[in-house]
Ligand binder design. Structure first.
Ligand code: OGA
Ligand code: NI
Length: 390
């Protein structure tokens, strides 16, 4: 059977929201295959060919286009709504205000920025600059690491395998840190020469930060500090990274750098570009442009946290806008549950009046939604609700 047929087979089941659901059979072998449905086009190459407009396959339908007034370093009207800032140093010294701030941010937004987080500005800078250099290499040097939908590891230019999909204006690099069996330095770039060493250190530091954040969230949910980490698989958590490269876009009002989505995993720790804004978070019906503080990380909660917390905490819906003046580089580090254990609402957060909202599903299986169908707002977590509670 060819790969195309395997994917078609999987689409036989469609749930109430029109999303394709995976059968038991598919969860063991993801069926995504080694080939993308169309030849890969690097967005960076398009950007460098000085086109006057963007090709049709990057043009969003009018209702999904970004608001034109906010394209270049402008804040939307609601700029007064700030992304909460949490001082981790102060929080770990027992400051209750900080604890409350993070708690509220998790309930309301699924989104906050952290300062005094323990990762040095030098390491953050070195990581970002190493990736900037990587993306500035000649195209042949990057194509060696070209990725496929079966694992997504390597250099990629699309999320989702649906033929004819409207694509986002970005190229990316995806790699694994944990579990160690998936950490394969041969799949990491070898240039620039510092990149593997810098990223190794960066990964170690970010895993530590993920562990600390998991403790705070756990305690704020009224659980033992270790409980969330335990639900993630204890020592066996997963950690991976997506480095996003958003080239300059000749028609930023028609395209998106990354379409609306929530992250499928646990916690995302984002190192934004220090010079170029682009990330927007949805708050009710408004897209708020994130202006991060110097040396801050932007943290957002993924769908697995929404599921484990039985929706007490919400995953955030976010997207990225592009501009015609400057390219943008961001590093999204994902701190995830062990990928093959069932994830479901924690027993302590379930009561007779708050029944479990989500059935158990492993993260391996869950992330096939976005890997197959691409970014679709919060559709996956919303359609994952148990039939019993409807
Ligand atoms: C992501 C993401 C935001 C950004 O990679 O999932 O949302 O600012 N990135 O690049
Ligand atoms: Ni994201």
């Amino acid at each position: 059977m060819n790969h195309q047929n395997e994917i078609m087979l999987k689409k036989e089941t469609t749930d109430k929201n029109g999303l394709n659901t995976m059968s038991e059979h598919d969860s063991t072998k993801n069926g995504l295959g080694e080939k993308w449905p169309e030849p890969t086009v690097r967005v960076q190459s398009l950007a460098e060919s000085n086109l006057a407009t963007v090709p049709d396959r990057y043009i969003k339908p009018p209702s999904e286009r970004p608001d034109q007034t906010i394209i270049i370093n402008h804040q939307p009207k609601t700029a007064a709504i700030n992304i909460p800032v949490v001082d981790l140093n102060s929080l770990f010294s027992g400051n209750e205000d900080e604890k409350e701030r993070i708690s509220e941010a998790c309930r309301e937004f699924g989104f906050f920025q952290v300062i005094n987080h323990g990762v040095t500005p030098e390491l953050m800078e070195a990581a970002r600059e190493a990736w900037r250099s990587f993306f500035n290499l000649p195209v042949e040097a990057k194509e060696v690491y070209s990725n496929s939908p079966s694992t997504y590891e390597g250099y990629g230019s699309r999320l989702g395998v649906e033929k004819g999909a409207i694509l986002d204006w970005n190229d990316y690099y995806f790699l694994h840190y944990l579990p160690l069996v998936l950490k394969d330095l041969n799949k990491w770039p070898s240039l620039p020469s510092s990149i593997r060493e810098v990223m190794d250190e960066y990964g170690e530091e970010l895993v530590k930060l993920g562990e600390r954040l998991a403790r705070v969230l756990s305690s704020n949910l009224g659980l033992k500090e270790e409980q969330l980490q335990e639900a993630f698989g204890g020592e066996d958590v997963g950690a991976c990274m997506r480095v996003n490269y958003y080239p300059k876009c000749p028609r930023p009002e028609l395209a998106l750098g990354l379409s609306p989505h929530s992250d499928p995993g646990g916690l995302t720790i984002l190192l934004p570009d220090d010079k170029v804004v682009g990330l927007q978070v949805r708050y009710d019906d408004t897209w708020i442009t994130v202006n991060s503080l110097p040396h801050a990380f932007i943290v957002n909660l993924g769908d697995q946290i929404q599921i484990l917390s039985n929706s007490i905490y919400k995953s955030s819906e976010h997207r990225v806008i592009v501009n015609s003046q400057k390219e943008r580089v961001s590093l999204a580090f994902f701190y995830n549950p062990k990928s093959d254990i069932p994830i479901q609402p924690l027993q302590q957060l379930v009561t007779s009046t708050n029944p479990p909202l989500y059935p158990p599903m492993s993260f391996d299986e869950y992330r096939l939604f976005i890997r197959t169908q691409g970014p679709r707002g919060k559709a996956y977590v919303e359609s994952h609700i148990s039939p019993l509670v409807n």
